[in-house]
Design a protein around this ligand. Structure first.
Ligand code: ADP
Length: 481
């Protein structure tokens, strides 16, 4: 026995687990990177901007307080300044040009002259009550020249290290958020990967079982639609392969059995003619008739098998042409003459003359033959089959129907009979050997033509199979005239 061929190993592929985890981690890292960028470049600026507007606001408030109070009422201004210092984390000075701290009262500054000099220098060209914002020595400063009984300088300073520590706190938060994002990414990717890979692994293992010839396996469904669809498709494929295997075995068994019986008969009757009836013309005639009948059966059987394989192999191509359906139907019915003559079948026909249609003549012929042959196989004791071909000129259709008087088809079976290899479990009289492919071929041929077809049947009341053809007889008449 040949060693089993293993599937070729292709390049090493990433597992879904790893792939998903890598993608999620990269995505998480990208988010972290963006957060860090925002943190470094935007958060600092946002804070600085906020402080600037706060300083301008406080400056404005103090200037307006200065405008509305008199120097004799220093204490009002002093309390306003103290309040701002406490609530806004700022240091405020109102210094006279001579270097005296006017407000706050209790504050003495050693290097006041230096500050005044610096402010004088910076505020050169800046109008009274206008302001200037500048950074120096780790502070953000607001400076303005104002009149408060004398020329003064207003200086409001905010310590920048306060911003830095806030930004640092944000950075720490972002670091922890990053770790949490990475962890969540890992957990999500792992659980999605598990949900994807587990059913796929199981499907793959089941497929291996199926490849080994075990068709009793079942492809499990999954949470995700696409995998569930894959499972369904594989289950359907499995059923089809299983049916096909059973069909092949049955067909082989049927065909070999049906070939053997007539062959045995032919041999037996030939021997009888040789040894016994050779000189008795009456008996010889009888025995020769059996041999001829059996040969006919053999020919019929071989033709059936050949037709099935031919139709199955080129079922996809439809060569449409215009032909006389009436004549063609009579031609098909002639094939059943031998049943009428030898087995007492009756064909009641109601066929309109000269009806033309456009279709693949050979394939439609096979479909009609299959339907009539089924009616013959399944009709009742009266061995009668009703065939009709009627035109409906208004609708432009031709209705073909074949009715038998048999057992009929149960509701449950009606939807299944068109399936490939479907054969009723019940036994029936069968002058023509069936393969379980007949109605499947009818369905395939008519679907390819887009012709409507169907069956009306009720258990115990026989069955009527019908096909709806396009009627082009009128056009043919016009051409003929
Ligand atoms: P086969 O006749 O070889 O079994 P078909 O595909 O032609 O295969 O038909 C499939 C099944 O449909 C049959 O086995 C039978 O059960 C049912 N069937 C088809 N035609 C008829 C009919 N005229 N009356 C009752 N049952 C029918």
């Amino acid at each position: 026995m040949k060693a089993e061929k293993k599937p070729k190993k292709i390049k090493k592929l990433k597992s879904i687990n790893l792939g998903l985890w890598l993608s999620f981690s990269l995505f998480a890292l990208l988010i972290i990177f963006l957060l860090t960028l925002v943190n470094y470049f935007a958060i600092g600026d946002v804070f600085t901007g906020q402080i600037r507007s706060r300083l301008v606001y406080i400056g404005g408030e103090i200037i307006s307080a200065v405008e509305h109070s008199r120097p004799e009422e220093d204490n009002i201004l002093d309390s306003i300044v103290n309040e701002f210092e406490e609530s806004e984390n700022v240091i405020i000075y109102l210094i006279s040009e001579q270097g005296e701290v006017i407000v706050p009262f209790d504050r003495r500054q050693e290097n006041v002259e230096e500050i005044v000099e610096n402010l004088e220098h910076r505020l050169k060209g800046v109008d009274i009550n206008d302001n200037l914002l500048f950074n120096s020595n780790g502070y953000m400063n607001y400076a303005s020249r104002i009149n408060y009984g004398q020329k003064c300088y207003l200086l409001i300073s905010y310590k920048l290290t306060l911003i830095n520590s806030t930004v640092k706190t944000y950075q720490e938060h972002i670091f922890f958020i990053s770790i949490i994002i990475l962890l969540i990414a890992f957990i999500i990717s792992y659980s999605i990967a598990q949900k994807l890979s587990t059913p796929l692994k199981s499907i793959s293992a089941t497929a291996v079982q199926m490849a080994k010839g075990n068709y009793d396996v079942n492809f499990v469904s999954a949470e995700y639609q696409e995998i569930a669809q894959l499972s369904d498709t594989l289950n359907y494929t499995k059923e089809e392969i299983k049916k096909s295997e059973i069909f092949q075995k049955e067909l082989l068994a049927n065909v070999s059995h049906d070939l053997k019986t007539p062959l045995t008969m032919i041999k037996a009757y030939a021997s009888m003619i040789k040894e016994i009836s050779g000189n008795n013309p009456e008996k010889r005639e009888q025995h020769l008739n059996v041999i001829i009948d059996e040969t006919d059966r053999l020919t019929g059987l071989v033709n059936d098998v050949l037709n099935v394989s031919k139709i199955s192999s080129d079922i996809d191509t439809v060569n449409k042409k215009v032909f006389n359906l009436t004549d063609y139907l009579y031609g098909v019915l002639n094939k059943f003459d031998y049943l009428r003559e030898t087995q007492g079948y009756t064909f009641m026909v109601d066929i309109d003359a000269d009806l033309y249609t456009c279709a693949d003549e050979e394939k439609i012929g096979q479909a009609i033959y299959n339907l009539i042959s089924n009616a013959v196989n399944y009709t009742g004791e009266d061995k009668t089959v009703y065939v009709s071909l009627k035109s409906d000129p208004i609708a432009g259709r031709i209705k073909f129907s074949v009715r038998d008087t048999g057992e009929g088809i149960s509701k449950e079976e009606l939807s299944e009979i068109w399936d490939r290899y479907y054969r009723s479990k019940e036994s029936h009289s069968r002058p023509v050997k069936g393969t379980g492919l007949g109605l499947h071929i009818v369905k395939t041929v008519l679907t390819k033509h887009s012709f409507e077809f169907g069956v009306d049947s009720k258990k115990g009341y026989g069955s009527t199979f019908w096909i709806d053809f396009p009627d082009i007889s009128a056009k043919i008449d016009i051409i003929d005239n």
